[in-house]
Structure formats: structure tokens, C-alpha cells
Design a protein around this ligand. Sequence first.
Ligand code: CDV
Length: 310
Amino acid sequence: MRMLTVAAAQMGPIQKADSRAAVIARMIALLDEAKGKGADLVVYPELALTTFFPRWYHEDRGEADIWFEDAMPGPATQVLFDRAREHGIAMSFGYAEKTSDGHHFNTSVLVDKTGVIVGKYRKIHLPGHAEYDPERTHQHLEKRYFEPGDLGFPVWRTLGGVLGMAICNDRRWPETYRVMGLQGVEMVLIGYNTPSVNSQRGAEGPEKRLFHNRLSVQAGAYQNATWVVAVAKAGDEDGHHMIGGSLIVDPNGEIVAEAKTEGDELLVHACNLDETAFGKSTIFDFARHRRIEHYGIITSQTGAVPPPEA
Ligand code: CDV
């Protein structure tokens, strides 16, 4: 059996005024707890180092650079890398990345047990808008602050299995999982920040948001016979509430662990990566059952084009 004990490290709210050092101290506390519980891998949320800043409008785009890291590890995060290496624990977390040539991405990294970054993913499905939108109950300016990821959906052979990453809104898109599924992914790591209310539909509140979270993650796991670890940043950030509901889902699509709070909370599960084999060799044996001659529209077209009305 190929066992990988994973810890989903849900984080409670991070206020605008909280320092990187204070946040990283919380991440280290979760790492220490994970060590005590035998974890091989700790997964933190999207944009784990800061508040979910895309809700704040900076007219001058350059001012938003305060939320970005231009090195990873950098001066603030080195202690986290050091502690993970001392514990011999791998980790994955999200952060805002500014590259040396001035590009901005919503990024996550996968760090192995020796503290080496083995994988990097840049969020592809950026939600929201680029300009201030007075019609919304709150802003979601990811399209203002980030460029769409340019690395595709890679997977890595590490920790005894095949691992991939996705970020928040990506989890709602079947293409995300399928592209990794076609590379044999056995565990997908996902961080998210999901406002409890749809900014364009006030009636869509936390229950519906939690339902969509489970629905997307469970479907992605089942249809690709993979483990999925989905980790929230939750609770009230400066008056803006986000759902919790972090999940670990098995390759049957069943939830094996789910967060109960909206605070810093660790979910630990020993995942047998060999459990992915049954689905991958039967109903979702892609090589035998996929009919790519009928799928061309998926990569040749973005928007839906209904037939003309009679
Ligand atoms: N951070 C996100 O990508 N949030 C989106 C919201 C805007 C719907 C999400 O998919 O949860």
C-alpha cells in the first residue's frame, strides 16, 4: 500500500492589518500539530499569507504589490520552510507571486520533505473582474491583480505518488481535474477563499456555496479516480465572511474528513494512493473509454453557442 498521510490545514480569517509574521506563526503552529499527528504533507489555502486582498480596490494597480512575494522562500517565509524541513514534512500553500520580470500570478507551490520546491502552479480560471463594479455587494478583482496562469496543469511524481495542484475557482471546472487525470494524478491539492455570499446574487448564501464546494470537489475526485484535498481560508476578514468546509475526498468521491469550524483547524487522513487504481482501470480507464473524436469543441471554443432558433 502506498500511504500518504495528508493534513488539510484550514486557516481562519486573516485581517488586512495582520503581519506576514503573525500569519506564518499560525501556519507553523498547524505544521507542528500536523507533525504530532504523523502527517507527510500539509496543505494550506489559496493566498495563505495574506487577507483575500482581491476584495479591495486599488485604483493604482502598483499599490497592490504590497500583497505579493517576489521570492519564495523569502525573508518572511524562510522560517516556515525551515520548520517543515526540520519536521520532514512536505507542504503546499498559495501566495501572490510577483516575478522578477514584473508578472503577477495567483500561485501555489509544492515543497518536498527536504524543503525543495518541486512544483509550482499558477491559477488558470481567474474569477471576478478587472475594474471597480458598483453593482456588486463586494469586489472580486482577481482579473485586475493577476494574469491567467501560464504553466498549465502539471503533475509531479513525488511523495510516492502523482500529485497536482489547482486553486479555488479552478475546482469548479471539470477540465482542471481531467487534464491532470490524463497525467495519472492520484491526489489534487486545492486551496480556496470563497465568499459566503455570491456578490451578484445575494440569495446564494453559505449553504449553497458549501454545496457547490462539495459537489465540485467530489465530482472531480470520482470522475478522475483521485484523492482531492480542498482547503479553505474561512471566517470573517474585515467584515467579509468566507465559507469553511475544507474537505478530504477519496477516489470514490466520498468525503473522508470535513472541517467543523471556521478557524485554524487541521483535518488529518491517511490516504492509500493505491485506492485510485480501481477507478482508473475500470469505469474511468481513459485509454479504453474516452472518445476524443467527439471532444474537439472543448478546446476549440470557449463560450456556449446554441443552435439558431427555428
Ligand atoms: N478565490 C476564488 O477563486 N473564489 C471564487 C469565487 C469568486 C466564486 C470561488 O470559486 O470560490
